[in-house]
Write a protein that binds this ligand. Structure first.
Ligand SMILES: Nc1ncnc2c1ncn2[C@@H]1O[C@H](COP(=O)(O)OP(=O)(O)OP(=O)(O)O)[C@@H](O)[C@H]1O
Length: 256
């Protein structure tokens, strides 16, 4: 298995001198091609910082970050990010939001819009092409965010608590949609969450992070067979799931 993401001795501080805040110190990990890895850790430990550096946002760090062995030196078409707060352009229609990365990649406008319409159908938003983001619910906005990220056909999807702001039912629907897309598109996903059950339902592997400066304190291989979409209740009701949840809670210092 080749490695999609390789992070070696990543060290990052914000500020300088006495006021410097050491966030990452010699952090190393890898994510295999096509793997789904969840990052869990205390608030403020540096999870978003890791994703931003992988997305090529900021190059003020030490160590090495590579995607398919290419050093990350800035934003790249190989990597797309999905944010909790959607980050859609409010003055553009839904279809134009999704088409934007394709246009930026040099695709001609009509072809980009045709591809965007196709992606909107795949995320369950056909009929909303001409709507504006403000006309959509949170779950629908995040479907647009997913379509936009996938339309650019990146190898790696970085997802920063993408469903954290959604109600339980919408979150469940989107988790299942994400698994379906991950299975058909064979993307590599690095996924930040605070939700232990979500991490265990979605991921192949969970990396637990310590407080700042952050390091990986434990790695858990999630044993449930795929596909999981039709077996969620069975998986979450299993003794193994409950035991893994207990281990995660205890590692994170949460009351059990
Ligand atoms: N641009 C910045 N300038 C200064 N400090 C920053 C900046 N971005 C993040 N920080 C600080 O770095 C630390 C790590 O932030 P980061 O957002 O990476 O953590 P996180 O684990 O994603 O947090 P949360 O789980 O609460 O979203 C925090 O203390 C934060 O205040």
């Amino acid at each position: 298995m080749t490695q999609a993401i390789t992070v070696e001795n990543l060290t990052k501080s914000y500020g300088s001198g006495e006021d410097a805040l050491a966030v990452l110190e010699n952090l190393s990990f890898g994510v295999d091609d096509g793997e789904f890895v969840a990052l869990l850790g205390p608030s403020g430990c540096g999870k978003t910082t890791i994703l931003k550096l992988l997305a090529g946002i900021g190059n003020d760090y030490q160590g090495s970050i590579r995607v398919h062995d290419d050093p990350i030196t800035g934003p790249s078409g190989d990597v797309a990010m999905v944010f909790q707060q959607y980050a859609l352009l409010p003055w553009k229609t839904v279809v134009d939001n999704v088409a934007l990365p394709l246009v930026l990649q040099g695709k001609e406008g009509t072809a980009a819009r045709t591809a965007a319409v196709d992606w909107l159908t795949r995320v369950g938003l056909d009929g909303f092409e001409a709507s504006y983001p403000e006309e959509l619910s949170g779950g629908m906005k995040q479907r647009v965010g997913l379509a936009r990220a996938l339309a650019a056909d990146p190898d790696v999807l970085l997802m920063d608590e993408p469903f954290g702001a959604l109600d339980y039912q919408t979150k469940s629907e989107l988790q299942t949609k994400l698994l379906e897309l991950w299975e058909t598109e064979a993307k590599t996903i690095l996924y930040i969450t605070h939700d232990l059950e979500e991490a265990l339902y979605l991921a192949d592997r969970v990396l637990l992070l310590s407080c700042r400066p952050t390091s990986i304190t434990r790695e858990i291989a999630v044993p449930f067979d795929r596909p999981r979409r039709s077996r969620r209740v069975e998986i979450e009701g299993s003794a193994e799931f409950q035991e893994l949840k207990r281990i995660l809670r205890s590692e994170l210092g949460l009351s059990t």
